[in-house]
Write a protein that binds this ligand. Structure first.
Ligand code: PGA
Length: 258
């Protein structure tokens, strides 16, 4: 693992997977597996319907695992059919919320200004956003990666002051690597993470850039965790498909601390 002061984060994004029943089964198997593991922050984002049970399972086991929402609306309440508010997420026990995930951006057409409102609102309600950014294959091939990252960071962090940016987590997830089995090469991942950290330094300062945790996401699995965690600017991972099985995700968690 790279020599860094930042505590690594191993986060699971379950997307639209798992019923309440399946969530309970997962935690029954997962929590004993990771019992006693220190030196890594573990975050799990189940679907909304399973949030309460996930939080209950974690609390009952006395585990330090944090629970996250996968998305939220920025308003506290209102006529927004099908949406979930920050107050609801918080009451259910979520400490984190994933915002700006590429599936939200591309399938549900969320843009940077909407994501910025959500980031602002999550912070206002005392939650920690996990802000996802990343380029499409077309953008990478057009050599637009850094321009896209810059625009996404600038857009979403528009109203975030220094004392709050350090409570957030950033996740670089190249869209072409999500759910495709293709992972960015270590060079591509390190280069993008370095760019993000430099951007944070120029926008805030070097102390903040040193502290903020930047996760890599996109087809992370047991087989590539070591090659990612060795990179100096990769502070952990955001895992989709490989987080759905307790055995697989607990092995990835262990890979994050080795
Ligand atoms: P994946 O998803 O690990 O299945 O590629 C990652 C993500 O979308 O966060």
């Amino acid at each position: 693992m790279a020599d860094r002061d930042r505590i690594p984060v191993c986060a699971a994004n379950w997307k639209m997977h798992k019923t309440i029943h399946e969530t309970r089964d997962f935690f029954n198997e997962f929590l004993p597996e990771i019992d006693g593991i220190t030196g890594c922050e573990i975050i799990i984002a189940p679907p909304f319907t399973a949030l309460k049970d996930a939080c209950g399972a974690v609390a009952q086991a006395g585990s330090a695992v944090s629970i996250a929402g996968q998305n939220m609306h920025y308003a506290e309440q209102g006529a927004y059919t099908g949406e979930i508010s920050p107050v609801m997420l918080k009451e259910a026990g979520a400490r984190y919320v994933i915002l700006g995930h590429s599936e939200r951006r591309h399938i549900f057409k969320e843009d940077d200004s909407l994501i910025a409102r959500k980031v602002r609102s999550a912070l206002d309600y005392g939650m920690h956003p996990v802000l996802c950014i990343g380029e499409t294959l077309e953008e990478r091939e057009g050599e637009l990666t850094t321009r896209i990252l810059e625009a996404q960071l600038g857009g979403a962090l528009d109203n975030v002051p220094p004392q709050q940016i350090i409570t957030m987590i950033l996740a670089y997830e190249p869209v072409w690597a999500i759910g495709t089995g293709k992972t960015a090469t270590p060079e591509q991942a390190q280069e993008a993470h370095r760019f993000v950290r430099n951007w944070i330094e120029s926008r805030y300062d070097s102390g903040i850039a040193d502290q903020i945790r930047i996760l890599y996401g996109g087809s992370v699995k047991l087989g590539n965790i070591a090659s990612l965690m060795v990179l100096p600017d990769v502070d952990g991972v955001l895992v989709g498909g490989a987080s759905l099985e307790a055995a697989s995700f607990s092995a990835i968690v262990k890979g994050c601390v080795q």
